[in-house]
Design a binder for this molecule. Sequence first.
Ligand SMILES: *Cc1c(COP(=O)(O)O)cnc(C)c1O
Length: 403
Amino acid sequence: MNPFIANSTLLRIAEEIGAPAYVYSADIIKSKYSDLCKAFRKCNARFHYAVKALSNINILKLFREMGSGLDTVSMQEVQLGLKAGFDPQDIIYTPNCVSFEEIEQVIGLGVKINIDNISILEQLGAKYGDTVPVCIRINPHIMAGGNYKISTGHIDSKFGISIHQLRHVERIVQSLNIRVEGLHMHTGSDILDANVFLNAADILFNIAMEFPGLEYLDFGSGFKVAYKPQDVVTDIEELGEKLAERYAVFCKEYGKDIQIYFEPGKYLVSESGYFITKVNVVKHTTATVFAGIDSGANHLIRPMLYNAYHHITNLSNFEGVKRIYTVVGYICETDTFAWDRPIAEITEGDFLCFHNAGAYGYMMASNYNSRFRPAEVLVEGDTYRLIRRRETMEDLLATQVLD
Ligand SMILES: *Cc1c(COP(=O)(O)O)cnc(C)c1O
């Protein structure tokens, strides 16, 4: 049985901290992390948590304590990781279309560098030769899942170096004496089927044979989590078993037990997160009953951006009779969280909770409409603590030039 935060605890936090607030469960994160370790125990696997899903430094410290590494996509995420106490070699930097200057700065910080285009590979090799080992991000052109926006392996994708350009990559590597320590692929956030992933893994195993001296193969992420009760989830046990068979064959052929890396974000933190809001207005129109909350696309944009589903419960009337609501935000923009949702009867002032809000929730929050971003809270065992205070007017003005 997976751990969860009890309704009574969420309600108490809402009453004490106020809404809107993101609440995360350390116990759920720990349980997801240990599920992954267990599933891939036969693959010499290491996990690098994808910081962009949720980058609060307290969450990063939790990952460090569990023995995880970090996957980062910007210089700033690298700096957050270092501030959280990570060893630079436990951080992978996987940028896309960032400047060579930024890459050089990150090289200076001593983290692992993942290169995603030929132009940068060439510049890096010309300047650093074999003194800076690199990982190369390959795009195997495998379409993971059905959501084009969050899939990164398809032919039109801007991510990675095409598998069809491998000959060119090898030429550059040889000419400039570049030390390739890893190969990487990340096909997107929607792997429904273990076989899609395994096909991609086979491709990477094959490419690896062309690169002696590898230390690791990085399979990115793509672990799918359930947002609706009936959603298909990635069966990581099955994936682990099947990958282990192929991994064993590969190691024999390659002549060395190299490490397998994964970089899950969503899988590790999505279910740990609860977003608590307060109902400002219940508005009956000729078409529906709106529940208008003290939040909007400025705090949780996934429903509007990806048409994402988040389960919604009424913390203040948990056992109440279900009625049909359309849940909307307070932003002057159409910011509908959910149409026609059965929710326990809502009274103005009730606290509504969005579930599975740990990944890409707070991280995509903005100050649109000049609203403050929410507070963040971490629950560990029976206690909770504030890990980010709510913003204030001073924060909104902090970067503005006042005369
Ligand atoms: C976003 C990203 C991840 C994490 O993806 P999830 O769907 O959150 O698991 C991993 N690796 C890279 C390179 C990414 O850009």
